[in-house]
Design a protein around this ligand. Structure first.
Ligand SMILES: NC(=O)c1ccc[n+]([C@@H]2O[C@H](COP(=O)([O-])OP(=O)(O)OC[C@H]3O[C@@H](n4cnc5c(N)ncnc54)[C@H](OP(=O)(O)O)[C@@H]3O)[C@@H](O)[C@H]2O)c1
Length: 326
């Protein structure tokens, strides 16, 4: 098969489409003929040498894909060769073939093409596991989504609205905020010139956010605690503003609030399988009725993975960047 390989860690130009050995599906795995993959921020870090794959995962970049089942590994039942699927991966998506544990397979939502389906696994699993399984976001609560115009953010806005929350978002430009509003966001905050704590308080009669979905980490820690309502839940999924900060425990304690940080890629197989099953049960029906839409900024051929990384790095895509493999 061919895959995107790296000569050495570095800039986008180290990404090269080259021949690799085909993966073998192990026990409990299937082999997929990949139709498409999608770019995640973590891929850029892996390319720079900062985000190694977990033990046993392929060293090829790519945390999600869609495709058709080409072969079943030992002990697999309930799936058939030829089935169209999409999948959450620990690596290996930027390739013509990948082996996937069956617990990470999802049927393609009814009516959706395979290329679009590649944009869903990472955002759907990240958003559902954090907003619902961790933070237990409820009807009528206030959700603040940082980075509302990104891949995760555009999905989180829609899921938050489907749950019945009031959704506030931050983004770095007014035109991106306007597009967040089209997805249902109620409160629009330009993080470059507005204070999100003040804006969320103003929009909620001083109450603040019940749940904050945070991509920034250290640089937003104090203000995220500040914006939380009593019994608020801060769920951190990214460290775009740094990994290490000082936690004001008093601020958490005074509000009976909580802070949780999760990362999908390193979770054990049984936890991933639980998340994937919940997504298929709860999110796929929202996608099939059109209440939640996949937001794809651009589809590029996999051979242009370097351009896709530049786009993600420099051009602020709205939603996901997808890589077509076949
Ligand atoms: N923990 C996990 O399991 C997991 C899984 C998937 C993703 N993630 C993380 O989640 C984050 C979002 O991922 P993604 O795929 O959606 O990436 P993305 O599409 O590149 O989005 C990144 C977002 O960050 C926003 N941003 C930049 N500076 C900001 C600031 N100062 N305040 C608020 N927002 C800011 C950008 O907004 P503008 O473009 O409008 O400036 C953009 O919307 C990343 O940090 C990623 O690593 C974590």
């Amino acid at each position: 098969m061919h895959a995107i390989t790296m000569r050495a860690p570095g800039g986008p130009d180290v990404l090269t489409w080259a021949e690799r050995d085909d993966p073998e599906p192990g026990p409990g795995q299937v082999l997929l003929d990949v139709a498409a993959s999608a770019v995640n921020r973590a891929d850029l870090l892996q390319r720079q040498g900062h985000y190694p794959p977990p033990p046993g995962a392929p060293d090829v970049i790519g945390l999600e894909c869609s495709g058709t089942i080409a072969a079943l590994g030992p002990g697999v039942s309930g799936w058939e060769v030829g089935h169209p699927v999409c999948a959450l991966l620990a690596g290996g998506g930027y390739a013509e073939r990948v082996a996937v544990p069956v617990g990470q397979l999802m049927p393609v939502p009814a009516g959706m093409d395979l290329v679009t389906a590649a944009s869903l696994p990472e955002v759907a699993c990240t958003v559902w596991s954090n907003l619902v399984m961790v933070a237990q976001l409820g009807v009528g609560e206030v959700l603040l989504v940082h980075g509302g115009a990104g891949g995760v953010g555009t999905h989180a806005i829609q899921v938050g609205k489907a749950i019945g929350a009031m959704v506030a978002v931050t983004a770095g430009a007014d035109d991106r905020l306007a597009r967040c509003a089209e997805l249902g966001a109620d409160v629009l905050i330009n993080y470059r010139d507005q204070d999100f704590v003040a804006e969320v308080r103003k929009a909620t009669d001083g109450r603040g956010a019940d749940v904050v979905l945070d991509n920034m980490g250290a640089s937003y820690l104090d203000r995220n605690l500040d914006v939380l309502a009593r019994h608020g839940r801060l769920v951190t999924i990214g460290m775009q503003g740094g990994a290490s900060g000082t936690l004001n425990i008093g601020a958490l304690l005074g509000k009976c609030a909580s802070l949780t940080a999760t990362g999908l890629r390193y979770r054990p197989l049984d936890e991933k399988a639980e998340i994937v099953a919940a997504v298929v049960e709860h999110v796929w029906p929202l996608i099939e009725t059109g209440e939640v839409r996949p937001i794809v900024h651009e589809v590029l051929p996999i051979q242009r993975a370097a351009d896709a990384h530049r786009l993600m790095q420099d051009a602020h895509p709205f939603g996901k960047v997808v890589l077509r493999v076949r």
